[in-house]
Design a protein around this ligand. Structure first.
Ligand SMILES: [Zn+2]
Ligand SMILES: [Zn+2]
Length: 451
């Protein structure tokens, strides 16, 4: 019987033998980016690759997710290894899809390469013979929360309830048999070094806003119209004014965009649309900031006598990394990249639906390098394919071995100590409670005379 370190060495060697194949997966996806819930070709590549490895993947989970289960020799806990399938719209990225604008400007292609590579390493080395429990390889859709109007439409047609991939997979029960989950995100930031793990991430709610005014001749009769664009302008200014009330420790981020500002220049705009997130470090802080944003949005309608429809959608919950899983990852990551190239990151102000998973089970979402440029920027590139694709493959598989070795002693220890923040039922109830669509009429407000 080999030692744990021998098994981990065999995994690294197996992944190195498959290097060309794993890098090809990462590069193929990088050159064929698809948006969330529409990752058809990417999902098919994952499905075919898993089938070629002898697995029997389930497909079409939350529209495009792909999941395969690998049983270890003995009974034990189930660890899910995740990779995200989606790109996002960065139209001026050199590899952007000319039709959709989708690009892999967040490096999710490297997550899928890493996931596939980890599966190859575990299977080729026959590591599962020495482990207890199950490893689930899970390619998940739609981490980037964009394309909101299309997703809302899918929801109205009953094809989705939640508009992010992991929340929807949770709802549908595809995590019901999973005890703990991890993934590794690519980072282009030099300060994240070659590998690192943070403590937490912001969560968010998502808002779609529609100002309803009244069209009229912009030159001949502007006084007959109600300018929805100016109502929106007042609202954006009001949001900027309330920013100074946000406390540093809550790391609130509000970043609205106007997705429709008017349709014809000589017509007073009557239908203007905004999308925004309200992000923060805790659920309480997000909800408090959201109340202020709603007031600011109403102020715009009030000033112009317009109406505003405000839709608040469940976004992502804050991420809390399991610090014991982080220690296991750190040992493996430093073995791969060296102690000096590992860093511990504090709180991050982006959001991920891995936060939702972290509320219901021990979860880990660390980072590895191999990329450059700006995350979500046109200059984001995979610059070191070996580190970006093979590094996560090795770190995922080695961490799985550590967690499930010795009758899964480490995984069982973490599970026995960890109280999940929410049950699945509590999670679903909370997110459903966020959903709200209201109309505020800025014209019909009443005031009372004061004596
Ligand atoms: Zn991203
Ligand atoms: Zn990402």
């Amino acid at each position: 019987m080999p030692t744990k370190e021998e098994v981990k060495r065999q995994i690294r060697e197996a992944i190195d033998r498959r290097a060309d194949q794993i890098i090809k997966v990462g590069e193929t996806i990088r050159h064929h980016p698809e948006l969330g819930f529409k990752e058809i070709k990417t999902a098919r590549l994952v499905e075919q690759t898993l089938k070629d490895l002898g697995l029997s993947p389930q497909t079409g989970l939350a529209l495009t997710g792909v999941r395969a289960t690998m049983n270890a020799a003995k009974e034990g806990p189930t660890l899910a290894l995740l990779g995200e399938l989606d790109g996002l719209v960065v139209s001026d990225h050199p590899l952007a899809d000319p039709e959709t604008g989708a690009a892999h400007a967040c490096g999710h292609n490297a997550q899928i390469a890493g996931l596939i590579g980890a599966v190859m390493g575990l299977l080729d080395s026959k590591a599962l013979q020495h482990l207890a429990g199950r490893v689930v390889a899970f390619a998940v859709p739609a981490e980037e929360y964009g394309d909101v109007a299309w997703r809302v439409h899918q929801a109205r047609e009953g094809k989705l309830e939640f508009l992010g991939g992991k929340p929807e997979l949770l709802r549908l029960g595809h995590f019901d048999d999973v005890d703990m989950a991890m993934m590794i995100h690519t980072t282009p930031r030099p300060e994240d070094k070659l590998a690192g793990v943070g403590v937490s991430n912001n969560g968010c709610v998502v808002k779609t806003i529609r100002y309803i005014g009244k069209a009229s001749h912009a030159g001949g009769a502007p006084h007959m119209g109600i300018n929805a664009l100016y109502a929106a302008n007042v609202a954006l200014t009001a949001i900027n004014a309330v920013r100074e009330t946000f406390r540093e420790q809550d790391t609130i981020r509000v970043h609205p965009i106007i997705t429709q500002g008017g349709v014809q220049v000589n017509v007073i705009p009557a239908d203007v649309r905004i999308e925004t997130y309200v992000r923060g470090k805790t659920v309480e802080a997000i909800l408090e900031a959201n109340t202020k944003v709603d007031r600011a949005l109403q102020a715009g309608a009030l000033a112009l006598g317009a109406q505003v429809e405000i839709e608040t959608l469940p976004g992502y919950l804050p991420l809390f990394n399991n610090m014991e899983m982080a220690e296991v990852f750190k040992a493996n990551a430093t073995a791969l990249v060296g102690e000096a190239n590992f860093t511990t990151i504090g709180h991050r102000t982006g959001s991920t639906d891995m936060g939702d998973i972290s509320h219901v089970m021990p979860t880990l979402h660390p980072y590895m390098g191999g990329a450059s440029g700006m995350g979500h920027g046109a200059d984001f590139q995979i610059t070191d394919p070996k580190l970006a694709y093979l590094g996560p493959a090795k770190a995922l598989a080695m961490t799985a071995v550590d967690l499930l070795w010795d009758d899964a002693a480490t995984a069982r220890g973490i599970l026995s100590k960890t109280q999940s923040r929410m049950t699945k039922a509590e999670y679903l109830a909370f997110q459903r409670g966020i959903n709200r669509r209201v109309l505020f009429d800025g014209m019909t407000l009443q005031t009372k005379p004061l004596s």
